[in-house]
Design a protein around this ligand. Sequence first.
Ligand code: F3S
Length: 427
Amino acid sequence: MKLTDQEQAMLDGREGAGVQRAMDLLVRYGEALGAERLVDTRNVCGTVGASTPFLRDYATGPGGMDAVFSEFNLDSPVVVKIPVAKVFSCQLIQGVDSTYWKTQGVAPETFELHKKQEAYSARIGIQLMNTCTPYQVGNVPVKGEHCAWMESSAVIYCNSVLGARTNTEGRESTGAAMLTGKIPYWGYHLEENRYGTHLVALEVDVRSTADWGLLGYWIGDKVQERIPVLAGVREVPNMVRFKHFGAAASSSGGVEMYHIPGITPEARTLDEAFGGVKPQEELKYGPAERKAAYEKINSAAHDTDVDYVMLGCPHYNIEQIWEACRLLEGKRVHSNCSLWIFTPRAIRELADKNGYTRIIEEAGGVLMSDTCSALGQVMPKGTKVTAVDSAKQAHYLPAIMGVQTWFGTTEECIRAAITGKWTGGLQ
Ligand code: F3S
């Protein structure tokens, strides 16, 4: 891989051992990928999380959090002093809510470790946004901007809706990018890898958020890691619908980018979406495909007694919290059921100010931040049957937490929380 003089100086250790280890990792990683060079980035979303039990020994040992960063973010065989991040970097979703950790069943020692890690991250300049949706709380890269982001639902949003450029990076590469402002130039950073491969013709109206999630779930399963181009979209989806569509497509498959001609920024026309080349495959999404997707996503559920309703995957924005409040106001969550709603901490602040947190609490629910049930593996004790309005969460919960999971609209989920029963169905 060709390095600039500045990059070579970093690799030679002229900016200290931390930056040297970071550059060493990027060179090894880039060469393994076949990248010919690095590219500058000023926008990194990664994690320095240390609440996983096996990291505890590192974090509480003599090297402290530098030992965690050295080993798990830089793959360094020795502990090095970690400098302040060179470029704007933010923390993705974590495993613990700093306010409701007890409700989530998190052990005190894990929470202590979490606090230590947060203080460390803040000290080295990592913004504690703690969300899988950084674009909802002010990190909105511009078209063409090179980023280094983790988290599949954020990556697909970044590439497709914003037209910024990132691969799905890992803890190590984002850690190294934070300290160097560099990332290997390959994959979705290159123009030629961003054209569509599969044409998906919509033969049903896709309008609601649940419908967009279902469509994403079906498409991901069909195209896997390729780039779908959607034709026949009759109504411009808003941010919430894009968010649910992308999260689903990147979990049932590995979709990192899509185009909707005339709507997403890199495809004014169908021809532009495919770069003037014929699609590799043409698919149609009609009533039968929609029904099949719905049945598949609900196939892990059969008991209609729901004991946990989880909302906020990807993290809810304020509009969704407002919607949930309107459905909940003046009602009570059933005594056999729990309702947890997840949002970024900055949006919870806003919900507090708007009185939404109070409405949710008065109904018997909890507005949590910083984590989610699938990633943090947090859910009420003894949960057997869940209901969610997220195709992504429905995809993961049965596998990760071994629970039955119903997928439906937000309204159906809130109804399940109030009655303790699943009564949803394909509309
Ligand atoms: Fe975010 Fe967790 Fe869903 S990380 S996208 S809320 S599975």
